[in-house]
Design a protein around this ligand. Structure first.
Ligand SMILES: Cc1cc2nc3c(=O)[nH]c(=O)nc-3n(C[C@H](O)[C@H](O)[C@H](O)COP(=O)(O)OP(=O)(O)OC[C@H]3O[C@@H](n4cnc5c(N)ncnc54)[C@H](O)[C@@H]3O)c2cc1C
Length: 367
């Protein structure tokens, strides 16, 4: 039976673990945090990800978690102008606490052996293959293993290292209640040099997730309430939407990764999700890409019974590039446009007068 160790139980790692376990592989699956755990994310799952869940038979069970159907996007320029554009395919709003726990449970039920909390602290290339150093965080002990295959799903490409250069941007996120109005849209808000989104999730709650430059975090000494108050003051639409709302969770902040598919992979190691590439979050495509890349990686390994020759790895990397390239460019442009008050105002005018422009922009982002 071929064996694999998968590092990281975000959406990418869990889907890879589930598919390889279903394919009869001996799967060891590591996650450093205890679940359920919260995570910086806009918590909107795109059609790309929904389709993966349908193909692997999880879409029906996901419905029991009451995700919110999202059918259109609203862009709020800094002033009171806004534009509404229908999403070509629906998205789903669901918290990462619930979604990641759900996927991890499914991977475990498929036969993956879950080690949690356990952190991989080293991935070394040896003559025989790959050696992993794993710390059991409950007992504070270290063990080494030499699995035939390793899938890195650490969400940041820090293993085996070096990690990609930091972008200088941070993601911040919290949940809110008491927001009036419809619960069927992702709303994007342009602020001074940054942007963010508001989207409904299960339980009547809302997710507010923003990308902000590190210098603005520092300027407020890490006080995210103060920073958010400043962002609210920069966007009339955001101020209107949050009037009377209450924050219902702690703030989270994390460095925001952004890098193209990495040119070289260590022998015996396959990256999935944000370990392979990281997209600007404005399009809400990160989890979809995580799920789809995990599906592609698992199918590649299973189809070739684990033989990871250079040609097969190169093919997988090309598939990843095809997945990420256009979406990444479109989302980067989208982020620049929404983060500029002038360009955001022009864009809302354009989208209000020309519905096709909105559809085209969404399609380029992968919608
Ligand atoms: C502000 C912001 C908003 C976003 N909004 C959206 C959105 O609306 N929709 C969307 O689809 N995407 C969004 N994203 C992107 C999305 O969060 C990521 O693309 C997605 O989480 C990537 O999934 P993953 O499985 O690759 O990695 P992750 O979800 O990051 O999971 C990695 C896991 O690996 C674990 N791990 C890391 N290192 C180790 C180790 N050494 N040993 C053991 N475990 C380890 C971590 O604890 C974590 O659980 C957003 C991101 C940001 C920053």
């Amino acid at each position: 039976m071929p064996d694999v160790t998968i590092i990281g139980a975000g959406p990418a790692g869990s889907v890879a673990a589930l598919l390889l376990a279903r394919g009869g592989w001996d799967v060891t699956f590591l996650e450093q945090h205890r679940f359920p755990r919260d995570k910086v994310c806009g918590e909107c799952l795109s059609a790309l990800g929904i389709e993966v869940l349908e193909r692997i038979g999880l879409a029906e069970r996901l419905r029991a978690l009451h995700p919110v159907n999202l059918t259109h996007a609203v862009i709020h320029a800094g002033d009171s102008r806004y534009a509404v554009a229908p999403l070509p395919r629906r998205m789903l709003g669901l918290s990462r606490e619930v979604f990641d726990q759900f996927l991890l449970n499914e991977a475990r039920a498929a036969g993956a052996r879950v080690l949690q909390p356990a952190r991989c602290e080293g991935v070394e290339l040896t003559r025989a293959g790959v050696r992993l150093r794993v710390r059991d965080l409950a007992r504070n002990t270290i063990e080494t293993s030499e699995p035939t295959h390793v899938i890195v799903a650490d969400g940041k490409s820090a293993l085996p290292g070096p990690a990609p250069t930091l972008t200088g941007d941070f993601g911040i996120k919290s949940h809110w209640v008491g927001i009036a109005g419809g619960r069927d849209a992702i709303e994007l808000f342009g602020c001074h040099g940054c942007y963010g989104g508001l989207a409904p999730i299960e339980g009547g709650r809302w997710n507010a997730a923003f990308s902000v430059p590190a210098r603005r975090l520092r300027a407020h000494g890490g006080n995210l309430d103060a920073l958010f108050a400043e962002l609210i003051a920069e966007n009339a639409g955001l101020a209107r939407r949050l009037k009377g709302a209450t924050r219902a969770s702690n703030w989270l902040a994390a460095p925001l990764p952004r890098f193209a598919v990495r040119p070289a992979w260590q022998a015996g190691v396959v990256p999935v999700g944000n370990a392979a590439a990281a997209i600007e979050p404005i399009g809400g495509e990160g989890m979809g890409l995580a799920l789809r890349s995990a599906e592609l990686a698992a199918h590649t390994l299973i189809a070739f019974d684990g033989g990871a020759t250079q040609a097969r790895r190169s093919r997988l990397r090309l598939d990843y590039r095809a997945l990420w390239r256009v979406r990444s460019a479109a989302c980067r442009v989208g982020a620049k446009v929404v983060s500029s008050r002038t360009m955001a105002a022009i864009t809302t005018e354009l989208l209000s007068s020309n519905a096709q422009a909105g559809v085209l922009a969404m399609k380029l982002m992968g919608k």
